[in-house]
Design a protein. Structure first.
Length: 311
């Protein structure tokens, strides 16, 4: 559905995108991750033809960009672009006409989109009277009014509470079930894990890693992640080093990359003689993969400064 080849873009001589190669298959949900400044917004703007690339090609439905391709794209930006004095229905009629939806077809499309996003009963409600979650769903309905083949969602659940987030997730799944292809940008790693068939991680304008979650998990040489709390972390680290386990500190948590799945009694035996306050095991998560990629060749292994008498 979408193919990008050797895409480059600079801003004031600073590289923003550096040779991006990317392909999104028809019917899949593709998640694009990366810190602020990694190039996500620039990439989306180029896909939508709001910005020209310095070099490279974007193919939509197997063809290079043509003006009519804008009808194949629907975009829901991170910031809701709503007119507060218009109702939900008026928004869809307005944008439907902009996209050239036939006038005879508009009433059916408006009803269909409002029903899909769960706002059929709010057709006559002003945008300013909607909750944040409802406004986000209205934004997505606007992106769907012309029945696009590729839907781009930029931070679709940013600033939403958990209930509204789940509603948007359900809506994304419904769009996929209707045959749509979706490109999703997010800072929520749980969202990417839950929703995306494949994930790409941008770092300094380059696609640093890409694949399904199982394939990305192979980037970390561990069967599981072991997190422990202990009053003597240096001693625990020395024990882990003697076992050949890689060590990481994330958010002040002491983590060990364990090469095989161990039972709890085996872990306690391996740390015999060391006081353990807590022991937690978890599978390799997207957050571990993401942090490893972001830190590159310098993963966070430094031991935090300990108070006198510790370790």
């Amino acid at each position: 559905m979408l193919k990008i080849e050797r895409l480059y873009k600079s801003h004031q001589k600073r590289p923003v995108l550096q040779g991006i190669d990317l392909e999104i298959k028809s019917g899949e949900i593709y998640g694009l991750l990366g810190p602020n400044g990694a190039g996500k917004t620039t990439l989306i703007n180029i896909i939508c033809h709001l910005l020209n690339a310095d070099q490279g090609q974007v193919y939509i439905a197997g063809q290079t960009w043509r003006p009519q391709h804008r009808y194949l794209l629907g975009i829901s930006p991170q910031k809701n672009l709503l007119y507060q004095s218009l109702t939900c229905g008026e928004h869809l009629y307005f944008f439907g006409r902009i996209y050239g939806v036939p006038e005879r077809e508009l009433p059916r499309r408006v009803k269909q989109c409002l029903t899909l996003v769960g706002l059929a009963s709010r057709a006559d409600s002003l945008a300013e009277n909607l909750s944040g979650g409802m406004q986000k769903r209205l934004n997505i309905a606007i992106a769907l009014i012309h029945q696009p083949k590729l839907l781009i969602l930029d931070e679709p659940t940013a600033s939403l509470d958990i209930e509204s987030r789940f509603e948007v997730w359900q809506l994304i799944r419904q769009c996929q079930q209707q045959g749509m292809t979706l490109l999703l940008t997010t800072h929520l790693l749980e969202e990417a894990e839950r929703m995306c068939d494949r994930i790409g991680i941008l770092k300094q304008g380059k696609l640093a890693a890409e694949g399904s979650l199982p394939s990305l998990q192979t980037l970390i040489q561990a069967a599981e992640i072991l997190s422990i709390q202990t009053p003597t972390p240096k001693v625990a680290i020395e024990r882990a080093q003697s076992l050949g386990w890689p060590i990481r500190y994330y958010h002040q948590d002491l983590l060990f990359w364990v090469p095989e799945t161990l039972e709890l009694n085996q872990i306690i035996h391996l740390f015999a003689g060391i006081s353990l306050t807590s022991v937690a095991r978890q599978p390799v998560r997207l957050e571990h993969i993401y942090l490893e990629i972001m830190h590159g060749d310098s993963p966070p292994t430094k031991i935090p400064q300990l108070s006198p008498g510790e370790g």
